[in-house]
Design a protein around this ligand. Structure first.
Ligand code: SF4
Ligand code: MG
Length: 335
């Protein structure tokens, strides 16, 4: 089978005013050559710190940020070549779930109005007389009582508000859901319920997910494959089981050691790897390997030669010394 979504060498640049060279506009790459794909019905997790380019990648997929180069193919169709009318249809097939369910819901609208927002834009999807019944069905699907459809977002808890956001996305019968940190703003006790709901919906509806998070422990349970991003580039990508069993990139290893307890995949808690230094500004990414200013394994070559993604132990990793990382990491990622 073909991937439902594939991205090839995506670049997204923004013009920003330089602080050192006043008035000079410089081009900053937020996403600097990213290739990814996800099979139908599967989940791709994208992980990294804020500013790594994961949200920009998501926004480019759904057409909110314009790529400066590269291609995005959805269901065999290059979306940048699609006509405006076709793009509108494609936009329906790809829906987004946002990090902050409160900020993304209009406080003056009722739940029914919020869930039906997309039907205003795509009126042909569902006849007006069917909308009430469909709203009730969607609310039940996400675990909300349809009797509450006249209430407003502030009358719901954070977890329930996220369910409203999920129902709104499902109302357009999408094939792909982009979940941008959907549980980061929720209480830990509610996170698991929300993840379970997303997973049930995926199986029931055959949905494909791109799941974005800064926390490896969150993506682990929902993803089939993951991509770890750092400063606009993918540093490691592959099947989830392989990467969690033995990360081959020093950055992945550091993220994994920082994941909060409970971490059911680890028999014993590996020593915490604390990254030195600050996350560099994307305005001036380090030379060579972009991670070298914070990497405890960095050597001279890392300052000058940028490592390319290559196959190491069954996954793709961009580190000159990935074999060493694999050899020393131990079976459960113990540094
Ligand atoms: Fe660290 Fe060098 Fe590997 Fe980059 S290439 S991750 S700096 S060891
Ligand atoms: Mg973000």
């Amino acid at each position: 089978p073909e991937p439902l979504l594939s991205i090839d060498d995506l670049r997204v640049t923004f013009a920003v005013r330089s602080t050192f060279l006043r008035r000079t506009l410089m081009e900053v790459s937020s996403v600097a050559g990213v290739s990814l794909s996800v099979m139908p019905g599967k989940t791709l997790g994208i992980v990294g710190e804020s500013g790594c380019g994961k949200s920009t990648t998501a926004r480019a997929i759904i057409g909110l940020d314009k790529p400066s180069s590269g291609t995005i193919t959805f269901a065999g169709e290059r979306i940048e070549m699609a006509s405006p009318q076709r793009r509108r249809q494609l936009a329906r097939d790809m829906q987004m779930i946002y990090q902050d369910p409160f900020a993304s819901l209009n406080p003056r609208k009722t739940v029914a109005q919020i869930i039906g927002e997309g039907w205003q834009v795509h009126p042909d999807l569902l006849h007006a007389t069917e909308r009430n019944a469909e709203t009730a069905l969607l609310m039940r699907k996400v675990g909300l009582d349809p009797a509450l459809s006249d209430r407003f977002p502030h009358q719901f808890s954070g977890g329930q508000r996220q369910r409203i956001g999920i129902a709104r996305a499902l109302a357009l019968r999408p094939r792909l859901l982009i979940c941008d940190e959907p549980v980061s703003a929720l209480d830990v006790s509610v996170q698991a319920q929300t993840l379970n709901l997303l997973s049930d919906l995926q199986h029931e509806l055959g949905l494909t997910y791109v799941f974005i998070a800064h926390d490896l422990s969150v993506v682990r349970h929902v993803s089939n494959t993951i991509a770890v991003m750092y400063l606009g580039r993918i540093v490691e990508t592959g099947a989830v089981g392989q990467i969690y069993a033995s990360p081959a990139h020093p950055y992945t290893r550091a993220l994994m050691s920082a994941a909060p307890i409970p971490r059911p995949w680890a028999v014993s808690r590996p020593a915490r790897i604390v990254l030195k230094g600050e996350l560099p500004s994307p305005l001036a990414p380090p030379s060579g390997c972009r991670f070298h200013t914070r990497c405890w394994m960095a050597r001279e070559q890392c300052r000058t030669d940028e490592p390319k993604l290559r196959e190491v132990a069954g996954r793709q990793t961009a580190c000159h010394f990935a074999e060493e990382v694999v050899a020393t990491a131990g079976p459960v990622g113990t540094p």
